[in-house]
Design a protein around this ligand. Structure first.
Ligand code: ADP
Length: 315
């Protein structure tokens, strides 16, 4: 059994890798991408993690052959993005950041449309989308424009999958989607990965990074680091404390003034404080803060998350 799977993986290998070498792209004076190198393995769930304006959409548009890079080369499924763009277009699925659906068409009409464009039918590839599409099928006569964010997302994913792509590009698929639908969506991606599809997904949400096999941290058109989320977190070697108090805004401002504080950022209801020394104790920091009028200050060492690592790398 194991041998069969291995053979299957080998024969699909060329079909579903993604490689970029020295990809650069500028819009006028804006250098959107600078010398990007990535190698996505067949069957990986690979995350492109970075804030707005980092260059994620530009890279996806180059890889899906919608725009040309100024410099560098890239292949998707072994096909060159310039010379063999037609082969790429028929073998990849792309879910753009802004929903690509036709708002005036119904759920079913949207799906039929995308199936027709790729010369297939809903029935032919129903197996692949079944788990996702079944959740919106009861609303198949509803106009796409009248669907909730989570339902639109499921329809857009079904449309991107209907021609059975070998590689799937998802540009910020969970932006503007409620937390429950976001969680469900990542469950669906895991299932698709199990079926052998290579998935590149971009997100500005750092908490989603830990759900990928490997991630590339990107900002200002440059990749800072590529590794598994676990390795990225394990390589964080600074002292990190979580700090809470009565006046969080003033606490943030004051902590940034302390000479031993390398950085301080707000994460939900806690401030993450990275130190530039191991000499400082929590007691002395508490005393320093109470002298500045802070009450009920609680300080405790915490484990870093991917966002802490991102902040550290961008410093
Ligand atoms: P992200 O998807 O990470 O938000 P983008 O690839 O959309 O990043 O944008 C990268 C940079 O390129 C940003 O500074 C953005 O303003 C700029 N940019 C993107 N598209 C265009 C365009 N069509 N014309 C000019 N600048 C653009």
């Amino acid at each position: 059994m194991k041998g069969n799977n291995q053979n299957k993986a080998d024969s699909n290998y060329q079909l579903s890798t993604v490689n970029c070498k020295g990809i650069s792209k500028a819009y006028g004076n804006v250098q959107a991408l600078k010398e990007i190198n990535i190698d996505v393995e067949a069957g990986e769930l690979y995350g492109l993690i970075g804030p707005d304006g980092a260059g994620k959409t530009t890279l996806f548009r180059i890889l899906t052959t919608l725009i040309l890079a100024d410099k560098g080369t890239a292949t998707v499924g072994g096909f060159d993005v310039v010379k063999e763009y037609k082969k790429i277009r028929s073998s990849v699925g792309y879910m753009p950041g802004r929903f690509s659906l036709y708002q005036d068409l119904t759920v079913e009409e949207n799906l039929t449309f995308f199936a027709n464009v790729f010369g297939t039918t809903i029935e032919e590839n129903y197996d692949l989308i079944k788990d996702i599409y079944q959740q919106i099928e009861p609303f198949k006569t509803r106009r796409a424009g009248a669907l909730s964010g989570g339902m639109k997302q499921k329809l857009a994913l079904s449309c991107a999958l209907i021609h059975k792509p070998t590689v799937l590009f998802l540009d910020e698929p969970t932006t503007g989607v409620d937390p429950v639908s976001r969680k469900e969506f990542w469950g669906m991606l895991r299932n698709l990965k199990e079926q052998g599809i290579t998935i590149l997904v971009s997100t500005p949400y750092m908490d989603e990074a830990s759900l990928c096999d490997r991630i590339a941290l990107i900002t200002n058109g440059q990749i800072l680091k590529v590794d598994t989320p676990q390795n990225i977190v394990a390589q964080f070697d600074k002292i990190l404390w979580g700090v809470r108090g009565n006046n969080m805004h003033k606490l943030l401002t004051d902590l940034r003034l302390h000479p031993a504080v390398a950085s301080c950022f707000s994460f939900g209801d806690t401030l993450h404080v990275m130190l530039n020394t191991n000499e400082l104790t929590t007691t002395s920091l508490t005393t320093w803060l109470s002298e500045k009028g802070h009450q009920n200050v609680r300080i405790a060492p915490i484990e870093p998350n991917v966002e802490d690592c991102f902040m550290e790398l961008t410093k």
